[in-house]
Design a protein around this ligand. Structure first.
Ligand SMILES: Cc1cc2nc3c(=O)[nH]c(=O)nc-3n(C[C@H](O)[C@H](O)[C@H](O)COP(=O)(O)O)c2cc1C
Length: 176
């Protein structure tokens, strides 16, 4: 798959086949690409916790407050993205410029993870609706949990949806 094909095929998967585990080599490939994601000052101020088995089931519960994200229970793997401290230069830059580089870095990390998962034929959904305290306890984390990504094989009948996005005219302007 080239990048255009990945962009056209990636979608939030909300229907997983719970009987199909994620092969370790595919998970390793996803994590290897995640490692290559760029970040402010190359600081990588985040941690990825791979949750399987009981931990995945527990994390699934922690993203289901108020009846949300029920599909997460069928995902065999949950990737928890949490904060780590900034390296000194990025921390200083964030303070001086008032820009939350760490959130941007975690967003880019998510894009790499979901793109590589798509290339590996796997489904993902980025989840921002989560119980930070509960997931920190499950994963033994000090840093804030910012996102969870469900990972697994989509059910056979989970077809590619047409994308609803803003028009390029709305999204983009050019100045010269
Ligand atoms: C930061 C962030 C948080 C999100 N949180 C959730 C969530 O909690 N539950 C959910 O079902 N989808 C969640 N999504 C998925 C978006 O709804 C989805 O990406 C968007 O509607 C576009 O659809 P697509 O991913 O299928 O292209 C989240 C996406 C992002 C980037």
């Amino acid at each position: 798959m080239n990048f255009t094909q990945i962009a056209e095929n990636r979608q939030s998967c909300r229907s997983y086949d719970p009987t199909k585990p994620v092969e370790q080599e595919k998970l390793d490939r996803i994590l290897a690409s995640a490692r290559l994601a760029p970040s402010a000052c190359n600081g990588q101020p985040y941690h990825i916790t791979v949750c399987k088995g009981k931990a995945a089931a527990d994390v699934a519960k922690a993203v289901q407050g108020m009846g949300m994200n029920k599909f997460a229970s069928d995902a065999p793997v949950m990737l928890v993205l949490s904060e780590k401290p900034y390296v000194a230069t990025a921390g200083l830059g964030a303070k001086l410029k008032g820009i939350d580089y760490r959130s941007i870095d975690i967003g880019i990390l998510s894009a790499y993870i979901t793109a590589e998962a798509t290339a590996q034929g796997l489904g993902t959904c980025i989840l921002g609706w989560l119980d930070d305290d509960a997931i920190r306890k499950i994963c033994h984390l000090d840093g804030a949990v910012r996102l969870v990504i469900t990972l697994g094989y989509a059910k056979e009948d989970d077809k590619l949806r047409s994308k609803k996005r803003k028009d390029l005219d709305t999204l983009v302007s050019t100045v010269e």
